[in-house]
Each structure stands twice: as structure tokens, then as C-alpha cells.
Design a protein around this ligand. Structure first.
Ligand code: NAD
Length: 332
């Protein structure tokens, strides 16, 4: 029996969570869910977007599946996603992006993996006002942070039979911070002689990904570039509805889609549950339930290829739950 913390989250979170739970139940994998409110939806009951019970539950179960959480723009509470990643030291954010036949996209056969450092960089949100008319943000990059994320990327490449790892940076301008990231990457690369290392400046990387994505494989980068480049990759393979993610640390792992809470679609069961379903597939692989993971992924790919029971973003009119039911039917 796997005991797993479940955070349905805000906005569209509860809809895509219900669809994903239905599919996981059909795999036969014994999962006991421990469900908690987090984010905006926790505030009325707990007076905070991150009740202590959420962290306690993840620390106890070591694995969590999470829907998106709303973060107010500009003012209001700080991101609970960032807080969870920091509190649990989930230093590696793995974001695969691959094309599934049947999806209308400008590209075919894309198979990219973004490995995003998850705890440092400008994303740590260490910033303040300087008087009323200026603001400063501090970009934190440490040797330890660079070492562990670069090792993670090369180890991922080795385990998954990938051929190369590209470091993405802006070390020409940010010579200290991104310079440190790049020099650690080059040192770490020497421990993995079977994997080809290379590096690209982030702006050029974005252009190259749009023009020739087939040239790239695993990419590793500081937090903020990872945030942006992984949405770009999601766009290459058909949109945010299809992009899964995993936040992995030494002791805990939290699986969540790349997309946010899309508040305008909340409660309509309209959006695509695929990104959360594929996040759950990553979770099944992480807990060594490979066979169940393969069955879900194959059935989902078949539903997408058929194109009959898919959500609006894939050109269909099915509800999220109808798509999940079609996946369950294909699982046989
Ligand atoms: P978003 O990802 O929520 O939505 C942007 C657009 O992408 C949507 O309007 C919709 O058109 C499309 N989209 C997103 N998910 C989809 C799905 N599953 N199926 C089909 N289409 C989908 O981004 P946003 O509007 O910038 O952010 C909304 C909120 O989500 C913000 O509060 C933000 O902070 C939060 N957010 C949370 C996470 C997270 O919890 N990990 C990640 C990103 C954004």
C-alpha cells in the first residue's frame, strides 16, 4: 500500500485531480490518499495558504501529488509552490516535453527534458524596495546548488539512455552567478564521459528550440530560465495541458503539472487533465510501479491519437472526466 499526500489545489486543480484519481484507481495499484487543502482554497478554513498539516503529511508519506496553486500577482501571499519546494528541499524540477501522435502541433517527434534548479536564483524571491521608486532582487547561486542539479541532470540522462545534456545560462552577462553555474556544469560533466555536455546562452536557446528542437535532449538550467523554457517546451508539444512535472529532493518527491490554476475555467471540468495524469505517471515510475505507468501512458496516448474524447485544447469537446473515462476504457 502506497500512502500518498494529495493536494487538489486551486482553480482547475480539483477537476483534474478527480480525473487523475479515477485513472489511478483503475490501475489496481494500492494507493491510500491523504487529502489536504493548500493554497487559496485553504485560507477560509485554516487562515493560511500553507497549513502545517500539509508539510507534516508530505514529510510522513514522502510522496505527494499536487494540483496547481494560485499565487496572487504583485501583492498578497508568497508562492506556496516555492515554499513547498524550499521547505522540502525539492531541488530538482523535472519537466519532460514530448509529442503524442494526434496532437496538432507544428512539430513532430519532440522529446525534450528540462531539468530546472528549484531552490535558488531570482526565484528565491529575495527582494526589497529601495525607497519608493526602485526595487532590488538578489540572484543567489551556490556551488552546492549547481553541483546537485548538474549531477541530477547527468544521472537522469544516463538512467534514461539520453545522449547529451545542455547547460542553459547567461554567463556572458552574469559572469559571477551564471558563470559559477557554467563552470560547475563543466566540472560535473567530467564524471559522465558517456554523456555529451554542451552549453547555450538562454536567449539563443529559446530561438534554437523554436527553430530546431530536434537538436536538443536533456537541458539543465537555473530556476528562472527553467520556469520560462519549460513553458516554451510545453508550447512546442501542444500546450500547457500536456506538460507534466516532478519536484525531487533527497527525501521527498512532489509531482505536479507545469501549468497553473487557470481560474477562469475553475469548476467547469473543461480543461485537459493530461498534464496531471502524466505527472502521476512520473510518480508511478518513481514508486517502482512501472507496469501501471506504462498502461496509463499507453491508454492516454491512444485516446489522444483517436481524438474523439479529448478536451477543447486538443480540438475536442469532452469534459476532463469524460477523457479520463476514455483512458480507463482503453486500459482494459
Ligand atoms: P495557467 O497555466 O493557469 O493558465 C494559462 C492558460 O493556459 C489558461 O488560461 C489556459 O488557456 C491554458 N491552460 C492551463 N492549463 C490548462 C489545461 N490543463 N488544459 C487546457 N488549457 C490549459 O497560467 P496563469 O494564468 O499565468 O496562472 C494562473 C495562476 O496559476 C496564477 O496564480 C499562478 O501563480 C498559478 N500558477 C501555479 C503553478 C503551480 O501551482 N505549479 C504554476 C504556474 C502558475
Amino acid at each position: 500500500m502506497h500512502k500518498i499526500t494529495l493536494l487538489p489545489g486551486d482553480g482547475i486543480g480539483p477537476d483534474i485531480t478527480a480525473a487523475t484519481k479515477k485513472i489511478l484507481a483503475a490501475t489496481g495499484v494500492a494507493i491510500e490518499w491523504e487529502e489536504h487543502l493548500a493554497g487559496e482554497s485553504a485560507i477560509p478554513e485554516f487562515g493560511t495558504p500553507l497549513p502545517e498539516t500539509v508539510l507534516e503529511s508530505i514529510r510522513r508519506n514522502k510522496i505527494a501529488l499536487k494540483g496547481p496553486l494560485t499565487t496572487p500577482v504583485g501583492s498578497g501571499f508568497r508562492s506556496i509552490n516555492v515554499a513547498l519546494r524550499k521547505e522540502l528541499d525539492l531541488f530538482a524540477n523535472l519537466r519532460p516535453a514530448r509529442t503524442y501522435p494526434g496532437i496538432r502541433s507544428r512539430y513532430e517527434d519532440i522529446d525534450l527534458v528540462v531539468v530546472r534548479e528549484n531552490t535558488e536564483d531570482l526565484y528565491a524571491g529575495v527582494e526589497h524596495m529601495v525607497g519608493e521608486d526602485a526595487a532590488e532582487s538578489i540572484k543567489i547561486i551556490t556551488r552546492k546548488g549547481c553541483e546537485r542539479i548538474c549531477h541530477f541532470a547527468f544521472e537522469y540522462a544516463q538512467k534514461n539512455n539520453r545522449r547529451k545534456v545542455t547547460a542553459v545560462h547567461k554567463a556572458n552577462i552574469m559572469k559571477c552567478t551564471d558563470g559559477l553555474f557554467l563552470s560547475v556544469f563543466n566540472e560535473v560533466a567530467k564524471d559522465y564521459p558517456d554523456i555529451e555536455p554542451e552549453d547555450r546562452i538562454v536567449d539563443n536557446m529559446c530561438m534554437q528550440l523554436v527553430q530546431k528542437p530536434e537538436l536538443y535532449d536533456v537541458m539543465v538550467m537555473p530556476n528562472l530560465y527553467g520556469d520560462i523554457v519549460s513553458d516554451l517546451c510545453a508550447g512546442l508539444v501542444g500546450g500547457l495541458g500536456l506538460a507534466p512535472g516532478a519536484n525531487i529532493g533527497k527525501d521527498y518527491a512532489l509531482f505536479e503539472p507545469v501549468h497553473g490554476s487557470a481560474p477562469k475555467y475553475a469548476g467547469q471540468d473543461k480543461v485537459n487533465p493530461t498534464a496531471l495524469i502524466l505527472s502521476a505517471v512520473l510518480m508511478l515510475r518513481y514508486i517502482n510501479e512501472e507496469e501501471a505507468a506504462d498502461r496509463v501512458e499507453k491508454a492516454l496516448a491512444a485516446v489522444i491519437k483517436e481524438g474523439k474524447t479529448v478536451t477543447y485544447d486538443l480540438g475536442g469537446s469532452a469534459k476532463g472526466m469524460e477523457m479520463a473515462e476514455a483512458v480507463v476504457a482503453k486500459m482494459g
